[in-house]
Design a protein around this ligand. Structure first.
Ligand code: KG4
Ligand code: ZN
Length: 337
């Protein structure tokens, strides 16, 4: 007997991206994202506004994902949603929508961990990573080193003790006058700058943990001191400042990757999360991997920042493992991996 195709609709609404995707038999067949520009004028995500924007956009995103996939709701076998970590109100919009849809269609519901989904974005490409591997997970809310043993078994080896690297990027960008979220703009300007022009103190935590609050303060003092001497300092040295701070941030991340690879004896490494879209980080890790003969996996840039394709990928493996949620399943603003 021919087996029925497995189509899963996934919804992502943990922060300021309203996204939907469809995965069919383990392959992404549609993926749509609506970014919320409303937060730009506030210089950061306003949780209440994020929830409202999700509510306005979610129906359209789901309809678009289904029509792009050329599927009707009745051909779906499961509905997946992001359970956490993330903003409570934002998560609730996606979860309630997914529950209502699953209930109406009488199909299973799948609750996906956002950070695990970021890691599983590495499986969207043609050549998937091989287990076990180390994943450096870098986003706006998290900076983690994770030992990935299988699609469903992951172990946290180290993490930031204060700010996430994405948060540091965005705060530094704000100090330079870039609009929110400015991480990608630092990366863009860094491409034309000299990374050795300015020096910043890298904070080194013991073990495999990170800290990014110190460098943020050091950067604020650096800007303050130099703009007092020359009000045009930022504009005159924009590319060099971006390249230098990016170089320091990347080195802080990579020194812990090196340490984790030595400690674990792993030979395979991967990147994930919004900051994994950073060209400087991707290039530096590629160089390091080549030097040490590690296998390297990096998701396509569109699958690094928040998206529903990664949630769909995670949902596919959870479906295979029969890991289902139900209508009583809650969402969680913070969740260990
Ligand atoms: O994973 P993500 O989309 O959302 C969270 O789960 O947090 O990550 C967003 C973060 C933001 O801090 C954003 O500035 C940063 O990723 N980001 C970048 C780049 N693209 C996005 N940071 C540095 N360079 C980039 N190219
Ligand atoms: Zn994310």
């Amino acid at each position: 007997m021919q087996q029925k195709d497995l189509h899963i609709l996934a919804i992502e609404s943990s922060c300021d991206e309203t996204a939907a995707a469809v995965i069919s038999n383990g392959k992404i067949v549609s993926n749509v994202v609506a970014s919320q520009s409303i937060h730009e004028m506030y210089g950061g995500v306003v949780p209440e506004l994020a929830s409202r924007a999700h509510q306005q956009k979610i129906i359209h995103m789901v309809d678009k994902a289904l029509s792009d996939a050329n599927l009707s709701k009745s051909s779906l076998q499961a509905i997946a949603f992001t359970q956490g970590p993330g903003l409570l109100g934002a998560l609730l919009v996606g979860a309630c929508f997914a529950k209502a849809l699953a209930l109406g269609l009488a199909i299973p519901l799948i609750a996906v961990h956002h950070m695990r989904a970021h890691i599983l974005a590495n499986f969207i490409g043609e050549i998937p990573p091989t287990f076990p591997f180390l994943c450096l997970v870098v986003s706006g809310g998290h900076t983690q080193l994770v030992l990935v043993k299988s699609h469903t078994s992951m172990q946290l080896l180290g993490q930031t003790q204060d700010d996430a690297v994405g948060e540091a990027y965005d705060k530094i960008a704000k100090m330079m006058g870039f609009p929110y979220p400015g991480g990608a703009l630092i990366d863009q300007h860094a491409q034309e700058g000299d990374p050795t022009r300015f020096q910043f103190p890298a904070t080194m935590m013991p073990g495999l943990d990170f800290s990014f609050s110190g460098i943020k303060t050091a950067f604020l003092q650096f800007i303050h001191k130099n703009t007092q001497k020359d009000p045009n300092f930022i504009a005159a040295h924009r590319a060099d400042i971006c390249a230098s701070i990016q170089h320091t941030l990347v080195q802080m991340l990579l020194s812990k990757v090196k340490k984790a690879m030595t400690q674990t004896g792993l030979t395979s490494v991967a990147l994930a999360g919004g900051v994994a879209a950073n060209q400087g980080l991707r290039q530096a890790l590629a160089q390091l991997a080549q030097q040490h003969h590690w296998k390297l996996d990096v998701p396509a840039r569109a699958y690094c920042t928040d998206n529903a394709a990664m949630v769909a990928m995670a949902a596919h493996y959870q479906y295979v493992a029969q890991d289902f949620a139900d209508l009583t399943t809650k969402v969680f603003p913070s969740m260990s991996i």
